[in-house]
Each structure stands twice: as structure tokens, then as C-alpha cells.
Design a protein around this ligand. Sequence first.
Ligand code: GUN
Ligand code: ZN
Length: 440
Amino acid sequence: MSQITAIHAPFIYFKENPFTNNDPLSSIHYEEDGLVTIENGHIISATSWNSGRATLTEDTPVDHYPNQLLMAGMVDTHVHYPQLPMVASYGEQLLSWLNNYVFPLEARFSDQNYAQHIAKSFLSELLRAGTTTAAVFCTVHPESVNAFFTESTKLNTCMVAGKVLMDRNAPDNLRDTPQKAYDESKALIQQWHGTNRQLYAVTPRFAPTSTEAQLDVAGTLLAEHDDIFMHTHLLENKAEIAWVKELFPHRHSYLDVYDKAGLLRPRSILAHTVHAQEEDFQRCHDTGCSIAHCPSSNQFLGSGSFPLFQALKPERRVKTGLGSDIGAGPTLSLLQVLSDSYKVAQGLNTSLHPAQGLWLATVGGAEALGLDHQIGNITPGHFADLCVLNPAATPLGRIRTENANNLSDILFALMMLGDDRSISATYVAGKKVYQKASSS
Ligand code: GUN
Ligand code: ZN
């Protein structure tokens, strides 16, 4: 018989979507002294300690986190693992930033050993930040994908990733062709999609670096595999948008370039979408695709302010998650991304409630990836992918938390002041994969 394990801690889970509730906090269930039991990597129950403790036997291992907060592991819906070594590179906007910093580094990922070394560091940093699932760009090299999924498999993390497709407007050593894109992606799908917890995304980088023939290949791959993902960038930067207009003069809009190639459907992830018009949001809603909101990256590159509350308009809601977008984003911590998200929303005269923020970082991200039946909440039957938060992890956090008088205030302070130091432990499928050293 398999071993039952347990976590004894205050916990939160979401009963409903706080964006459709006039009182966002009431969408959270808070258990002040909680017990979560786990078996075979899945959550079995989530109750109060008092009502559940009798179900434990003397030899049930119990991890105890008093005065902390257990919630679902966070979900990063857009990030580039190969860009980890060039994070925080100075002074450019999107297109020159790609040419000057990103492409020279991505060329190194033809070397599987280097790719595996960076993939390992990336996954370790992700778990240290409390993130347990991510949608991840690799590079054009199949080696970069093999390296990433190999490292993810060792940790049993659920990851969505794929080989980047680029057949123009990129250096020679980063270009493939439509045929190569098809053959290599097809082989990777067959090798990795649905292997353990690994999931494949067809990944055309963005419209400027793919010919129409290559985007059609991406559409063909999606048509041949109903349950795979699509991952790309959209409407991030004004110069990029003008370039797409030049390259695709016969298309009605940037989104239409992807639409005509058959790329828009559930599990299609569009990163940024900063400069979307109402008709773009409507089309995303109609086709069921998702947006990755990347406020830290958008601020870092000066790309603009994504209108989150417009995207989430209840009558034609577009599924939206948060993206760190490393290396344009300077942090993997979705708590820091939430802090930026709050500030960007304020600039647009909207306020992101902490219940809404933490929902975006967990359930919203899982929903954007079509994985909300498996991850993103503390729900019996879900994978036990979890993180333990400590609102008082830093001297400032401690002072602020002592002065907080309700759950909403504590969660908001965590969202504004928290970072990787706020993560005490991270669990993947019930196994503790990160424990913060007590001295740090
Ligand atoms: N658009 C095309 N490629 C990239 C990339 O690597 N990062 C970001 N932020 N935008 C892109
Ligand atoms: Zn990106």
C-alpha cells in the first residue's frame, strides 16, 4: 500500500473566480489550522487539523508549518529558460535587445551539455520561487528541448515546452526551415508529449521570425495533434507591430496572422498582447486561446501596459495567467510579478485585489494552460504541487505582518513585498523538492 503523507499548516484555496465576485476575498477558503493529506502524488483531503487529525496514523509523516501559509504551487505561463544567464541586460527595447543579447546566447544551446546545465539551474530557481509548472520557450535546437524535459522529468514537474521555430530574420545558427521545423517538432512531440508530466508546445517565436510557410507548418502540427499546446508572442512592442504590418500586408491584423495559420485554439498561449484592440480580445475569447500577462517584462523593455481588466471582462473573458518572461522579465518570482501587475493596473485606474492576484498566479495560470483539472488549487484529486509562503520572512515582512489585521492585508503585503525569500518550501507531486535554509 502506498504511503500517506500530510502537511499541517494554515492554507488557502479558491472556491471561485475572484474576478467575478464583488467581494474577491470571499472566493478564498482560509483554513487557519489546516491539514492536507497526500497519497500517490495527489491531494486526498484538505480539512481543518481538528477534523482530520484522527485519520492520521502514528507513523504518517507530517510536515508542520505554523504561522505560514500553504497554497497551490504557482504557474508561470510564459518564460524562456535559455535566457536565464542574460537576465537583466541593459538599455534596449525588444528588437535590439533580441539581437544584442538574446540571439548570441541562444546559439549556445546546440550544445546539449550546456543546455542541460542551464535547464537544471532554471528549474531549481523556479522551485525556489514557489513555481511548480511553467510554459517554457527552449531554443531552435532539439537538444535544448531534450535537455529541458530530461531535467524536468528528474523532478517530476509538469512542464509545457517546445522547440522554437524561426526560419527568417534571425542569425544563420538559429534558423531552421519549414520542413526542419515540422520534422524536428514531430519527433519531439512523439518523444515527449505526455511522457510522465511533460507536455509539448509548438513554438513559433513570433510572426517576424517565421515565414507564412512555417506558420502553416505550425498549424499542421496542431491539426495533427489535438491535445498539444501552441506558444508564441503577440502585440508586445510598437516597432514589432509595425514590422509585422510590413511583413504581412495582406493580413487584417497581427492576431490574424496567427489565426489564418490555424494557431488559435484552447491551449494556445499568446505572450504579452499589450497593444490588443477590443476585436483581438473578442477573437481570443471566441477561439479559446489564452494570454500570458508579463508586467515585469513589459516594464523592463518599455513595451507598455497590458489592460488586464479589459482582457478579463466577464462577458467575453480571455483566459489569462501571469508570465515572468525571463530574460526580459528580471525575476522568476511570481510574487514580484504580481507586485508589478498591481502597479500597472493602478496606472490604468484599476486595482488588483490580492485574492485576484493570487488566483492569477495559481488557478488562472492553470486554466490558461488548460490544466486546471490537475493543478493550480488545493483540491482533492489534484497533483500535490504546493508551496509554503512565509509573509514574515524578511525584517520588513515581519514588521508589516505584525501590523496586519486581516487575511486580505497579509495577502496584499505578501503580493507587494514578497519574493523568493517568502517561499519556505515547495512540493511537487507530494515530494518536498525545496526547503529554504533556516539561516537565509
Ligand atoms: N518576442 C520575440 N522573442 C522574444 C523574446 O525572447 N522575449 C520577449 N520578451 N519577446 C520576444
Ligand atoms: Zn517571451
